[in-house]
Structure formats: structure tokens, C-alpha cells
Design a protein around this ligand. Sequence first.
Ligand code: GLY
Length: 376
Amino acid sequence: MKKIKIESPSKPHFCYFGTDLFEKLPKLISASQLPKNILVIVDSNVNKLWGKNIRETFSSLTYNVNYYILEAGEKSKSFTKVQTILKKMVELKFNRDSMIISIGGGVCGDLSGFVASIYNRGIALVHVPTTLLSMIDSSIGGKNGINFANRKNNIGCITQPEFILIDKKFLKTLPKDEFLSGCGELLKYAFLGDTSLFKDISKFAQNGFKENDANLDNLIYKCILVKSSVVKQDEGESDVRKVLNLGHTFAHGIESTSNFKIAHGIAVSAGLLAAIILSYKIGLINEKQLSAFSELPLLMKYPESINKLSVPSAIKYMASDKKSVNASPQFVLINDIGELAMNVEVDSALVNESLTSALNFIKTLNNPTKTTSRKK
Ligand code: GLY
């Protein structure tokens, strides 16, 4: 087991990472002297696969353990679900001496974190992320929230958990498309760390993004370290934390215009390609870097539906991104591996060209026999 200190200024805490670690959760809870009234919020898909194991694990804890099964899917990140869970906690007579344990992916973690941060002005929270994306990104750093008025993650706050427990065994039952989506987010870290992480992530991608890749443990561990270091420097995202949004401005447009049919991490991977091309177009990287960096997102397996996306529609959504200033998208672009440029505003024609170019490359990958312009 690895024990990583997440040095968030507001509340330093630990992330425990390993395989077959979940069984240790009751011991960690009692050792941390956490509240004895617990609501375990479990993603419905995780519950189907692991529900029995979860209940058996908690049976060794002589605490008041209750369960709420959260319908899987983005729609659950709503005020309606927040209210339902708050009502349940009131019915259970939960006071401040209560806590929430989230067992699921990003949706479950974001929603549970938000409920924990507002119930009685804040109660304890433990994250048990079960998807690759939530293991390397969303469970670390305290961001939580829900979607409101058709906008993603626009209601929420940053509150840190008591600890995070990552058990890699949950990846064994993760559907392939969800695993790939996590890989898209993982590609982002290739540009945030050092050249050795870039090389390791490249190898993993060249090897076909496999759940049983011998190097995956190491990659998850390194991504957590990178994220932790960013959160330590800027927990509130007023400055350097923005680098975590690399590829995300384009991804926001891609996801929204696909009506969220394209998974987040897949959109991030396509968004990375567009951001790399844009970095080249404005002279931040040279042709050699363009070719070396593009290789990673071009190894991703994209769904056919991405070929039909409308660039103008994606661009329109990008203007409404919550990080836009005066309807002008703010890009994170690349100077080099580990050297990112933040708050870059770019001529809209170049943005359009970069996204068009990225989607054309992807189209060529998806239809290798058809001739598609590879013009940049
Ligand atoms: N997922 C981006 C962040 O935590 O800041």
C-alpha cells in the first residue's frame, strides 16, 4: 500500500493506494476516529458488482452504517438528488457527528462531496473512487458539485475529504469505455509532469491502454503525485491549478455539442489534440514537438460519433464555458512538457481551425481507408 500526503493547505490528508485495500477501510475509519453515523453513497453499477463485498466489509464496523444507492450517470448530479440525500440524512437524525463515504466514480464523488460540504455546514467525507478517472483526478483536490441549468459543475465548492482510499481492484469490473475515458484524462498528465512521465504514459498508450498493463499502478501513483503538488500550490484555482484544465476548454465544447454522449475523458483526449495544434499555430511549440505531442491523443480509440460533431456548435459552447472571461475562452496551452501557458486568449479563427484539424485527424483514424485532409 502507498500512503500519499495530499498537502492541500486547508486540510492536509492522506490518499491510500493499492490493490485489495478496500477491506482495510473499517480499520482506517476507526483509527482516524471518524464519526460513527455513516451514510455510504454507492453508485448503482458499483453496487450491482460489489454491493455484497461492500456490506460484508462494513459489517466488521460496529457503527451505524446506512446506504444510499445513487443512480449511475451524469443526471444524478442534480439539486433533486441533493435534496433526496439531505432528507434521508435528516430522517436518519444525522447531526454533525456523521459522515459520508462515497463509493463510485466522478458523479458519485462530486455529488457526495457537495452534500457533505453543506449538511450542517459540513460533515466528514471519505472518497473511495472506483473509476480510473476518479482515481487519478476527480477524487483528489476537493472539488465537488452538481450541474445546474444545463451547465456542468457550476454549483459546488472545494472541500477536502478526511482521506481517499483507492483500491485498484475496482478497475477489473470497470466497463472498457469508462476505462478508456479515464485514459483520456491520464493523457493530460503526460504534459503536466516531467519527460519521464511523458515517456511512461506514451508506452502505456502505445501498448493499447490496457487495464492489466504492468505499469498502470505506477502511472496512477504518479498522476496522484502531480495532482497533489498542483493542489498544494493553488487549492482554490486562482493560479496554477488552471493547468489541470489542459484540453478541457475544447473538451467542454465537444462534450456539450455531443449532448454528453461523448465521454468526458474521450473529449479531453480530442481536446488535448486541438490544444496541441493551437499551441503550434500560435508558435508556442515547433513542428517536432507538434508531432511528438500529437502522437498521444492520436493513440486513443474514439467513437464513430465524434466524426459527426459540428465545430461551430462546439465553439459556441466553449464561449459559455464557466472559465471564459467576457465570453472569450481561456486556454491552457503547451510550451513544453511540464511548461504550460495559462489564460491564453486566441483569435477565434485559429480556435476553429485547430478544432477542425483535430477532428479531421480523428476522422482519418476512424476511417483509415477514406481520404481525409490532414492539413493543419
Ligand atoms: N479536475 C480539475 C481539478 O481538480 O482542478
